[in-house]
Design a binder for this molecule. Sequence first.
Ligand code: ISL
Ligand code: CA
Length: 556
Amino acid sequence: MKNWWKEGIVYQIYPRSFNDSNNDGIGDLQGIVEKLDYLEELGITILWLNPVYASPNDDNGYDISDYQDIMAEFGTMKDWEVLLHGLHQRGIRLIMDLVVNHTSDEHAWFIESRKSKSNPYRDYYMWAPPAGDGGYPNNWQSFFQGPAWEYDENTGEYYLHLFSKKQPDLNWENPKLRDEIYSMMRFWLDKGIDGFRMDVINMISKTPGLPSATPEEQRHKSTAVRHYVNGPKVHEYLQEMHKQALAGYDVMTVGECPFVDTELAKLYVGKDRKELDMIFQMEIVNIDFDPTGERFSVEPWKLQDLKELTEKWQKGLHGVGWNSLFWMNHDQPRSVSRFGNDIQYRREAAKMLVTYLMTLEGTPYIYQGEEIGMTNYPFQSIEEFKDIDSVNVYNAAVDQGKDPEAVLKMLCYRSRDNARTPMQWDDTENAGFSQATPWMPVNPNYKEVNLALEREHENSIFRYFQEVIRLRKNTPALVYGSFETLDRGNPGSFTFIRKYKEGKYLIMLNFTGNRNEVSLPKELFEHKWELFISNYPSVVHKTLLSPFEARVYRIY
Ligand code: ISL
Ligand code: CA
C-alpha cells in the first residue's frame, strides 16, 4: 500500500547543534523556526527532532525528566507550537523522539521510586536486591560501560540502567506505567504531531528473573545482550501501544532497533502485525565493528558486505514491511568521512552517498550537515569530547591499561561527537551557528565547508541534494520498485536495477577514489538509456565510472 511516509524524505535535526537564535551557544527551537524556508528549499517532507523535552542533559536529552515539558535551553511549549505550525504550513510533517526505555533519574517517577520499597512508584523501575555475595544482581553491562546496575543506599537495592546511571530503566511489566506512557503519547499526538522515532524500543522487555548472560553468550555482543534486547514481551507491548496510543492517528513510527536481522525485523514491521511502520536496523552502520560485535575497535569496512547487507534488507522486506535508509545520525560518525572521502573527493562522495539513499526501497533519512558534506572533527585531546559515551569509553579503556593515544585515535573515527558539532551555515564567526561560543566547537574547516559557499559553488552538494530529492519524489519506481544487483563481484562499485510499473532504472555507484569498469549484461545495451542524474559534468563511457561517480539512468 502506498502512503506518505513511504514517499517521504526525512531530515533529522539535533536541535542543540542546528541554529542558535538567542546567542547563548546552544541551538534551540526558534533557531529551527528561522530555518524553515531552508528545509522547504531542500525539499524534505518530514522532520525528525531529537529529544527537546525537559532534561538534565546527562545524555543530551535522552535522559528525560518531564515528558510533557520543553527543555528550557531550547525554548518553551509556545516555541514548539510555532515550529509545528510553521512546518505544517510548508507541508512538512513532524516526528518526535520517544524515549521510553528509561527516564532521567531526575524524573518525578524515579524521585518517588527510590524513596522506599513501598512507594507507589517503586515498580515503575527495575529494582533488585544485591546478589548472595552482596554484589550486582546479574552480569548485565551498560551500553555506556561498566555494570548496568547502580546501588541505592536508601533502600539497599540496585536499579537497572542499560545506559548511564542517570537513565534508570522503566519497568514495562507494570501496566500502570504502560498506561502513563500511552497517555503521554496521546498528549503529543493530540497536539498534531505526525509520528514518533522510538529510542531503543526493542529493549523495553527484559527476561523474567533477570538471568545473567552465560560465559558462552558473553563472547559476542549480540548474545551477551539477549536478556534485555528483543525480550519476550516486546511484541506484546508494541501491539498494545499501537492499540492504546497510535491507532486512529495518521502517523508514522520508526523504532530504533539494535541487534535485529531481517527475520526479526519482519516481526516488528510486518504489514499486518500492527507494531511499527519501520525500524532503524544497525547492520549496515555496524559494518566496521570487530568480530566480537564491539564498536570500540575499528575494522575497515568492505564494499562486498555493504552490497550483501543492502540486498538482504531490500529483498527481505520487499512486500512484507518497510525499510529505513540512513548512513548516519547523531550517534554515528560523519558519513562522508566514513563511507566516502572527506579530502580530494568530498563533493563527489557526498553526492554518491545520497544517491544510494534516494534510489533504494525504504524511507531515506538525511542528517543535518550531510547536505553540505560536513566531515568528522579533528579532535586532538580527550578534553574536547562532550559525549558521555565517548568519555566513558576512554576512561574504561585507559583503566584497562590501553594506550591512551590509540583510544583517542579510535574515538576520532568513531565518536558520536563527530555528528554533534554545530551546523556550518556560512564563513562568519562560529560558522553562523551562534554569536556566542558554541557548546561544541565548530569544525575548523567551516570556511571551506558551509552552506553559503555551497549555494554558490559550481559543483554544489546542496543543489545535488535538491535535485536527487526531486528525482526521488517524481519517480515511484525508486520508492516502490523491485531490487536486483548487477556486477555483484565488482570490488569498487555497486550497481543495481529498480523496476516498477512505469519503468526500469539503473543505478551505478562508485565507492572508491579510482576509476571503475562496470560489467553489465549485454541485453541492457539493446535498450535506450536516458541519464536522469549524475554527479559529474559528463559521462566518459557508459560502463566506466570516475572516482565516487554516481549515475541514475532510465532504461527503456
Ligand atoms: O551510540 C551508539 C553507537 O555509537 C549506540 O550504542 C547507542 O547508544 C544505541 O544505539 C542507542 O541509542 C539511542 O539511545 C541512547 C542515546 O544515547 C542515543 O543517542 C540514542 O540514539 C540512550 O537513550
Ligand atoms: Ca540558544
